[in-house]
Design a binder for this molecule. Structure first.
Ligand SMILES: [Mg+2]
Length: 306
């Protein structure tokens, strides 16, 4: 069961006194959403909560999930969040915000253009609902592989990442820092699961939030730089939009640990994450729903930002 929120919604907790009733919920017309057969939107209910509009699949079920998560407490909870257009804003001052891939300027215009051409070719395929998921996954793997190869071939220095982030049009949604702070205080881990680039996400967190969070881990594509700060390779298996799932933690954890990455997800973290059986999942892409696959959860609330 999924709950879909509109683009402008702030990630915030619903207070304990809030109850879904016929007064604050009403049936939402789903005709305009039913074209996409991947999304089940029958009998969605429209809730206006604190000025934000939320479409809820089953308000009573949501209420019981919230109660059961509360009852089991923070030690059983984890948050799994996509990064681009989930934690970050989709629109910034009327323009499309940058993604962690899209903001990167290699310092080599020829290769920036080559990567843009790949985007122009593959992005329409990514969002084409008529392509079967297995075929699409292959295309995405192809796209990511070519893009990563261009980053190595065209040259990329870590300084370019810093300057690209500084000049980028990227911003966190309102409430993200407060959410991270609240979760940190309650020792609830946040797993940022992204098909983007971990090194860029880390730099965005550093530059835009101006602090680090001990409870926030990033599972994403990681670059390997030499001592001059030049990109030489990528670590592990490519994570793209359609293979994001918890199995990647098993793969990512030991690899990062072995390489002594300070921001690694350690094996301990990975196993403790598996013991947390209540999940708040945040995403904006159909593939994000798979981020908790492979995890034996009891209760999951999925939130989509439209
Ligand atoms: Mg996204």
């Amino acid at each position: 069961m999924s709950y879909w929120l509109p683009n402008s919604f702030l990630p915030r907790f619903i207070p304990s006194h809030f109850k879904f009733t016929s007064k604050n919920c009403r049936l939402w017309s789903n005709r305009s959403y039913s074209k996409n057969k991947n999304i089940q939107v029958q009998n969605m209910e429209h809730v206006v909560f604190d000025g934000a509009q939320v479409m809820v699949g089953d308000p009573q079920l949501l209420q019981s999930k919230i109660s059961s998560i509360r009852l089991e407490g923070p030690s059983k909870l984890q948050v799994i969040a996509d990064f681009d257009a989930t934690l970050t804003k989709y629109w910034i001052d009327g323009q499309r915000g940058h993604s962690s891939h899209g903001l990167l300027q290699q310092g080599n215009p020829e290769y920036d253009l080559k990567r843009q051409k790949l985007y122009d070719h593959y992005h329409p395929l990514e969002i084409d609902p008529t392509i079967p998921l297995d075929k699409k996954a292959k295309l995405m793997e192809e796209w990511w592989g070519k893009t990563h190869a261009l980053l190595i071939e065209g040259g990329l220095n870590y300084d370019s990442i810093k300057s690209s982030v500084a000049e980028s049009r990227i911003a966190f949604r309102e409430g993200v820092i407060e959410l991270f702070e609240l979760l940190e205080k309650s020792n609830v881990p946040v797993l940022i699961f992204s098909a983007g680039l971990a090194d860029i996400i880390k730099e965005v967190l550093r530059q835009k939030l101006h602090r680090s969070f001990k409870n926030v881990n990033i599972v994403s594509n990681r670059m390997v730089f030499n001592q001059n700060g030049d990109l030489v390779s990528f670590r592990g298996k490519t994570i793209h939009v359609l293979n994001k799932n918890e199995h990647a933690i098993d793969m990512a954890g030991p690899v990062h640990e072995q390489l002594g990455d300070a921001n690694r997800l350690t094996t301990d973290d990975a196993s403790s994450v598996k013991k947390r059986t209540n999940v708040l999942l945040l995403g904006d892409h159909i593939g994000d729903l798979g981020m908790s696959d492979g995890l034996n959860y009891n209760t999951k609330i999925s939130v989509g930002f439209l």
